[in-house]
Design a protein around this ligand. Structure first.
Ligand SMILES: [Mn+2]
Length: 507
């Protein structure tokens, strides 16, 4: 769905979820500005029992001049003419008052809950709905300047929805953060009107009510209902306790549970843990040390009709720790008798010679789906692009030993997958951005690679010879592999990758 698909309607009403937050307001305002510029009659509204109380939001509305109107739920008997877009929420879900309308649309970044509305755009991998709207505006060639404070609104929405950027991980979110113009002094003002005295007390009370698991050294804390960013503040503080290696802090909102996860040990990847906690009921993610997530109440009650949330989080944490064994390469010898030998299929990869794109000495940031890489262009720097859009930098010598060059262009779509995010190089001096996949050439692995492998029967976290601070996660059904030339060099191959990329060698 694109904005042009919605443009044909008039009038257009944009509705934030009840108890709107900065993200809903920012995203709603983005759509408002766009349709206004197209000469549509536009309204930006929210409903629900409460009007906005939070001081940072009141400041945001006042200072940025957001044209948002409160509509009492009693008025929902009146039908809305034209198009109604629910933003940062899904029409029909529990967190947004239902109005009748001629046509409905959804623009959201939460897990999909509502299926039957054709004009729907949902991208749960994004940290904020502002990012989604920013992308829509950019795709529609709408220039975001900050004269109407739209840049500031989008920036602040992202800032708040990613807990002060600490749980920000999607590269598109990073693009928004870096490219949008905003008024720094206003952001500072909002940031420092973030917590009310009541929330300070909520946080203080929550800190007293931890539960501690001394088998696995984690803490679980239920906070009274509060703004989600207070959860981040509490969890950052709690993790500093010497006994705790990881923690989860959650609170109940109208439509579900919001939670923050923190970890300070390499054996627990907070992002993965957040995903695990929300599995099948919502979404979770973030970084290795900080992450967060949301569990939809509707889905939770379906799955656990009688279990209270403290019970759930405690049990699920234990389940998480019980679900894997920790293994360290170099400390064990895989039993090759129980494994079969496989040959890796030659799948083409892409590569670029970096100094063909930018002058030697230029400082760059390579942005990929797997994170940012900071580098300086050298005359023998090669960038190899994998099938998911990940980028592996290497020197010419290593490249020429590993790959065989094909004299043709390479397109990521050739291997049947459209990458979620096309990797790009940003010139740090000039700000110029180059999409890597516009310049990639094809190469093939030069040598046949052979591995011993066997399917895993239990979950493992494997620290490889090459990475001491992060593990590779192996789930049952994934493969434990050992290189033929050095069986101590073990790693995990996900099931789907293995089935597509490896052929059994009969011995
Ligand atoms: Mn949001």
């Amino acid at each position: 769905m694109r904005l042009t698909d919605l443009e044909e309607y008039d009038p257009i009403t944009i509705q934030c979820h009840d108890n709107p937050d900065a993200d809903a307001l920012g995203a709603g305002y983005g759509l408002y500005c766009y349709f206004k510029s197209k000469g549509r009659q536009v309204r930006l509204i929210y409903s629900g029992p409460n009007q906005i109380q939070k001081s940072n939001l009141k400041l945001m509305i006042e200072k940025l001049g957001l044209p948002v109107e409160y509509v009492a739920p009693a008025e929902c008997a009146r039908k809305i003419d034209g198009l109604l877009i629910t933003v940062d929420c899904q029409y029909g879900a529990g967190n947004v008052t239902r109005f009748e309308a001629d046509t409905l649309a959804i623009i959201d970044h939460h897990q999909q809950e509502i299926e039957d509305i054709p004009l729907t755009l949902i991208q749960p991998s994004l940290g904020s709905c502002c990012t989604l709207v920013w992308q829509l505006l950019t795709d529609a060639n709408y220039v975001i300047d900050d004269r109407n404070y739209l840049g500031t609104a989008l920036y602040y929405g992202l800032y708040m929805d990613t807990k002060q950027f600490s749980e920000l991980f999607n590269p598109l979110d990073m693009d928004l953060r870096e490219s949008v113009p905003y008024e720094k002094s206003l952001i500072t003002k909002f940031v420092n009107a973030n917590i009310s005295l009541r929330e300070l007390e909520v946080a203080a009370l929550a800190l007293l009510r931890y539960s501690y698991n001394d088998d696995y050294d984690f803490a679980v804390i239920r906070s009274k209902p509060c703004d989600p960013n207070v959860l981040g503040i509490i969890s950052d503080f709690v993790l500093q306790v010497d006994l705790f290696n990881s923690c989860v802090v959650f609170s109940q909102l109208n439509d579900g549970y919001k939670f923050s996860v923190r970890s300070c040990i390499p054996e627990v990847n907070a992002s993965e843990l957040a995903e695990y906690l929300a599995e099948d009921m919502g979404s979770g993610g973030g970084h290795y040390e900080k992450a967060g997530g949301f569990i939809s109440m509707k889905l939770y009650e379906k799955k656990y009709p009688t279990l209270h949330a403290e019970g759930y989080f405690n049990n699920r944490m234990v389940e998480y720790f019980d679900s894997f064994r920790i293994m360290r390469a170099g400390e064990f010898e895989p039993d090759l008798k129980t494994m079969n030998l496989y040959e890796k299929r030659d799948l083409p990869m892409g590569y670029v010679e970096a100094d063909n794109l930018l002058a030697t000495g230029t400082f760059i940031t390579i942005r990929t789906i797997k994170g940012d890489i900071e580098l300086r262009i050298e005359d023998d720097l090669y960038l190899v692009i994998g099938h998911k859009g990940e980028v592996i930098p290497m020197r010419r010598g290593e490249f020429e030993n590993t790959y065989y060059i094909m004299q043709e262009k390479y397109c990521l779509e050739d291997c049947g997958t459209k990458p979620e995010y096309a990797p790009s190089i940003k010139n740090k001096q000039s700000g110029q951005k180059i999409i890597l996949t516009d310049h990639t050439m094809k190469c093939l692995p030069a040598k046949k690679q052979y591995v011993y492998a066997k399917p895993l029967e239990e979950g493992i976290k494997l620290f490889t010879l090459w990475e001491k601070d992060r593990y590779m996660l192996g789930k049952p059904g994934d493969y434990l592999a050992a290189k033929q030339e050095n069986p101590k060099d073990v790693f995990v191959i996900p099931k789907a990758v293995f089935e597509q990329g490896y052929d059994r060698i009969q011995r």
